[in-house]
Design a protein around this ligand. Sequence first.
Ligand code: NDP
Length: 255
Amino acid sequence: MSYLDELFSLKGKVALVTGGGRGIGQVVALGLAKAGAEIAIVSRTGADETVKLIEKAGGKAYSLLADVTDEKAVDSALKEVVSRSGALHIVFNNAGVCIHKDTLEASIAEWREVIDINLTGEYIVARAAGKIMIEKGIKGSIINMASMSGSIVNVPQWQASYNASKAGVIHMTRSLAVEWAPYGIRVNSISPGYIATPMSVDTPQELKDAWMPLIPLHRMGKPEELVGPIIYLAADSSGYTSGSDLIVDGAYTSM
Ligand code: NDP
């Protein structure tokens, strides 16, 4: 085994990726598969394209349907992962949505939708995965998708529900990291800055133009630039990293 394999190989690991049908989840699912993990993808509308990409790259993957806000559906999807793959070592808790609206225009239903998917959904998935890991004695790694919006307030768009949901993810992550440390389960979050994906492609150009001077690296990130950080958090190389929030934002939050 090479030195890099010793540090970062995910061979023999089973990884769950929520929201792996497109965007960041798709690219990271492929990256985790290339690092050796077998991938189970959970989304509402399916991830056949991601499964094909992974199989073409010589990896193993399958797609399961579940809404992360539906506790029963998540429980049965995770049970299926264990019965098909025999274990669950890694969770990339990535599914999420964003609504850009002024607070006085956004409805309470929209606030609830964002908090429900981004915060409660990640909690439901982490809780179901933690239960399996504890029962099976698996010293797993759970990586929650936060955002730089969990630490700063983006401008000029208003998105209070999104910012609040991601701040919640960062502190939920620390809470679970401490609570599950006795079981050897590590829980971390990742906080990307602006990443070019279907979620951001629909963003009006004038908004993107307004963001650029605020990003010291003067560009949006690529989903591929999250693969290395997530492999690090998933692999044994990060064995002493838990409760951390890894910021990958082109230095946005340093300004
Ligand atoms: P996309 O909109 O491209 O992908 C979102 C994914 O989440 C889709 O696969 C979608 O699948 C899935 N999803 C959404 N709601 C649910 C649900 N209720 N249950 C199950 N799956 C769901 O977004 P991105 O790839 O851009 O974003 C992924 C994550 O990264 C999100 O959490 C986002 O907040 C975060 N992020 C994104 C940034 C960016 O600039 N793009 C920056 C920082 C963080 P389906 O519709 O089939 O369910």
